[in-house]
Design a protein around this ligand. Structure first.
Ligand SMILES: Cc1cc2nc3c(=O)[nH]c(=O)nc-3n(C[C@H](O)[C@H](O)[C@H](O)COP(=O)(O)OP(=O)(O)OC[C@H]3O[C@@H](n4cnc5c(N)ncnc54)[C@H](O)[C@@H]3O)c2cc1C
Length: 316
């Protein structure tokens, strides 16, 4: 490893500055811990116009959310922000070294928190990236209200199609299931969908027509086009880096196309001194849940640091 090492030993290095990492930084800063937040600044919801469902912040843009969070956290002088990408981590509990993409100087910390979110794998459909986050969404709780009573196409490419249709029926009755010619529906699922009067189009999708992020029509290989005002789908979610796995953390599937870092209820992984919070640890995929798990995990980190410090005091 050719990285030089910085002089400062942080108590905690947090990888990721989304709501999970930011709330952890807030709690740890208030606990008088020296904290560094290293953030690539590419949150999952960066593509959206507004975020919903976070008490006191409903409708805020992702950028404004982070700006306010940083302003409040920086009141605590022991917290530092470093925009960069963590490439690898070496060391062990009490002495981790983080190698960064943009610096020769490794960051050193006693504890490590993975809060680097997840990455959505979009379906391989022409035009989906143009509407993703503006009129194609993944979470009805986040974006269902804005599309209430509208004509929605559900692109169902995996076993969550039926679940997603059922969820969306809370917001609109105007649903169509598109399988892109590939999804397999069991006879029972098919009859359940028919029972609810939801049309199924099984033709291959040619492309999604849109204007300035708003979906207009879905064009098929041979079936007639479908007009719609919104799209929902259940993406595959993968870890944004393989660092946790390389360090020996258990990374497992939640059984629904999501790879998450396994933790206990307080965010501790199986590797001593390593914690995970937010989307990366598979908590319900919402800003407030990520922030909450960041706060809980920060408390666990503070307790573990205090334990070590308390127990290191020898009787004279
Ligand atoms: C389209 C869409 C719309 C959504 N809308 C809403 C909504 O309205 N309301 C709601 O509650 N939730 C919404 N969500 C879910 C919400 O975005 C996530 O649950 C939340 O962002 C998770 O927070 P996090 O802190 O775990 O991760 P993130 O917010 O994703 O933050 C992780 C950070 O870590 C950084 N990072 C990753 N790897 C590295 C690395 N190696 N080194 C340094 N930094 C790294 C990333 O760049 C990013 O800045 C939406 C999600 C999507 C996809």
């Amino acid at each position: 490893m050719n990285n030089k090492q910085g002089d400062e030993m942080y108590d905690v290095a947090i990888i990721g500055g989304g709501p999970a990492g930011l709330n952890a930084a807030l709690v740890l800063g208030r606990s008088r811990r020296r904290v560094v937040v290293i953030d690539e600044e590419l949150p999952r919801n960066a593509v959206t116009r507004e975020s919903h469902g976070f008490l006191t912040r409903d409708g805020i843009t992702p950028t404004e959310f982070r700006r306010i969070a940083k302003e409040q956290i920086l009141k605590y002088p022991s917290v530092t922000f470093q925009p960069d990408i963590v490439k690898s981590v070496t060391g062990k509990d009490g002495d981790f070294q983080l190698q960064l993409a943009g610096s020769e100087v490794a960051v050193q910390s006693r504890k490590l928190l993975f809060a680097m979110g997840l990455k959505d794998v979009l379906p391989d459909i022409n035009g989906i990236s143009e509407v993703y986050g503006t009129s194609a969404f993944v979470c009805p709780f986040c974006d269902g209200w804005e599309l209430r009573d509208k004509q929605i196409s559900v692109i169902g490419l995996n076993d969550l199609s039926l679940h997603l249709l059922k969820l969306l029926s809370g917001w609109t009755q105007k649903l169509t299931l598109l399988t892109d010619g590939s999804a397999v529906l069991s006879p029972d699922q098919r009859s359940e969908i028919h029972l609810h009067g939801i049309p199924i189009i099984e033709d291959k999708i040619e492309h999604i027509e849109s204007s300035q992020g708003d979906v207009k029509r879905i064009i098929f290989h041979s079936a007639p086009p479908v007009e719609c005002e919104g799209i929902f789908f259940s993406p595959t979610l993968i870890q944004s880096t393989d660092i946790p796995k390389k360090m020996g953390c258990v990374v497992s599937s939640n059984g629904h196309h999501v790879m998450k870092i396994d933790t206990d209820l307080m965010g501790r992984t199986n590797v001593s001194g390593v914690y995970a919070a937010g989307d990366a640890s598979g908590v319900p995929f919402q800003l407030i849940a990520a922030a909450s798990s960041g706060a809980t995990t920060a408390a666990a980190i503070q307790l573990d640091l205090l334990d070590a410090e308390w127990n290191s005091v020898q009787e004279r």
